[in-house]
Design a protein around this ligand. Structure first.
Ligand code: SAH
Ligand code: SF4
Ligand code: F3S
Length: 444
């Protein structure tokens, strides 16, 4: 008697932003219904899916490198199926199918179609669906969580982006902005709380423009945040990403009202120069940004502020760059993600402006920003020495299993002796010392 194979095995590799991580969990939910189960390595898999990012050229190069690795595995096992999902799939479409290893190309709005695409591979080994949708939010799907520690869950509240920042590929790869039904968001939040998660992060490219109108109800982002915060006062709520042009006072007052909404705002600035901001089509100025920072500090004096920045955008002069450095000094960011400009084909910047800052200059400017931010992060941490914080334990220290790590509301990482505590608990710590990356603490 031949053994009946009960499950097919899928291996999912995820690149890019947290939204992609959430999407992979939606994909796993869809495939779980089709008798697929997740496996831990390419070698065990019948199907390998790579959920991709197109934000910068080096993100795409990394993924092409992974496809080479899959090709070696497929040489050994010709039946192995390989699918490319996500933003790079959406950007490159059929071009990706030319890669001999790729069987399936599916864009961010096509994941419900994956079972059909997979089934069709038998008839035709090249399958593609990159249709973008104005409605798809996967709202009815309960994602199958893939995180390892069961502490922190991410919930997608909207998809796409209606801003057309000139450097950015996201509006093309993720399509138009659409908000998800608040009932389905609250339902998902209840599910994760019931399964023991202690922290929920609400995700969108521009959460401040979340808006749901439905008969009687008219829900904006602060309303939604409040609904989720009220579910359980011992579950922390975070969100990302805010946009300087849209972040409202109502949001700040809502954050201040609820203890479990974490005092941290990620507010990408991109540049400190008005000339660059205009060319980037950010629709905010340096002055507007600084006013928003002042308001955040007025409403929540202990709120951490982090940012994203791009060095060496088209036509950036030394003065523009100095404006970015001075803005960093003026705000004193707690943390920053820093990049140099990478031209993305098809974007407004690629069509209208020359990518004319030489790579050496971009790198040099980026290094200066990184160096400055390191000192700002260290200063921010030094201000915390002697203070006490409640932290949510989320892991073991890389250096020693006798130490735990956790994060403050401000999203700063603390390391402290385990003292019998474990992952998922809240503990109170006092900061004894710090580096630019970590607060070194003792248990209280
Ligand atoms: N929606 C968010 C983040 C989008 S992507 C926002 O509006 O801020 C994350 C970050 O990648 C951006 O904030 C930007 O700093 C960076 N980024 C986007 N396109 C880029 C490009 N072409 N080159 C370099 N960095 C880029
Ligand atoms: Fe890209 Fe701008 Fe949309 Fe952010 S707000 S995803 S940077 S277009
Ligand atoms: Fe990358 Fe797409 Fe996210 S381009 S950053 S994976 S939205």
């Amino acid at each position: 008697m031949t053994e009946i194979k009960k499950h097919s095995k899928v291996f999912i590799e995820t690149y890019g932003c947290q939204m992609n991580v959430s999407d992979s969990e939606v994909v796993l939910a869809i495939l779980s219904k089709e008798n697929y189960e997740l496996c831990e390595s390419i070698e065990e898999a019948d199907l390998v899916l790579i959920n991709t990012c197109a934000i910068r050229d080096n993100a795409e190069q990394r993924i092409l490198g992974r496809l080479d690795v899959f090709r070696l595995e497929k040489k050994k096992r010709p039946d192995l199926l390989v699918g490319v999902l996500g933003c790079m799939a959406e950007r490159l479409k059929e071009t990706l199918l030319e890669n001999p290893v790729v069987n399936i190309v599916a864009g961010p709005d096509a994941y419900r179609d994956l079972p059909r695409l997979i089934a069709s591979v038998k008839a035709d080994p090249k399958q593609i669906n990159t249709a973008l949708s104005h409605e798809e939010t996967y709202g009815d799907i309960s994602p199958v969580r893939m995180d390892k520690n069961g502490v922190s869950a991410f919930i997608s509240i909207m998809r796409g982006c209606n801003n057309v920042c000139s450097y950015c590929v996201v509006p093309y790869t993720r399509g138009a902005e659409r908000s998800r039904d608040p009932h389905s968001i609250v339902r998902e939040a209840c599910e994760v709380i019931e399964s023991g998660y202690k922290e929920i992060t609400l995700l969108g490219q521009n959460v401040d423009s979340y808006h749901w109108v439905d008969g009687e109800s008219d829900v904006d982002f602060p309303d939604l945040l409040e609904k989720v915060a009220l579910l359980n006062p011992r579950v922390r709520i975070r969100f990302s990403t805010s946009h300087p042009k849209d972040i409202s006072d109502k949001l700040l007052y809502t954050m201040a009202k609820y203890d479990n909404i974490c005092n941290h705002i990620h507010l990408p600035v991109q540049s400190g120069s008005n000339v660059m901001l205009e060319k980037m089509r950010r629709r905010h100025t340096r002055e507007w940004y600084l006013e928003r920072i002042a308001k955040i500090r007025e409403v929540m004096p202990d709120c951490a502020i982090s940012t994203d920045v791009i060095a060496g955008f088209c036509g950036e002069t030394e003065q523009d760059h100095q404006d970015t450095l001075s803005l960093f000094r003026e705000v004193g960011f707690d943390f920053a993600y820093m990049f140099y400009y990478s031209e993305r084909p098809g974007t407004m910047a690629a069509r209208h402006f020359k990518d004319d800052v030489p790579l050496e200059v971009k790198t040099e400017r980026l290094n200066q920003i990184i160096e400055l931010q390191n000192t700002l992060s260290l200063e921010s941490h030094k201000r915390d020495v002697g203070k006490t914080f409640e932290v949510l334990v989320d892991g073991y220290s890389k250096r020693s299993k006798a130490d735990l790590t956790g994060r403050t509301q401000q999203n700063k990482t603390c390391v402290f002796p385990a003292g019998g505590h474990s992952i998922g608990e809240y503990v109170t710590v006092k900061v004894k010392d710090c580096t630019s990356a970590t607060l070194l603490c003792e248990l209280l």
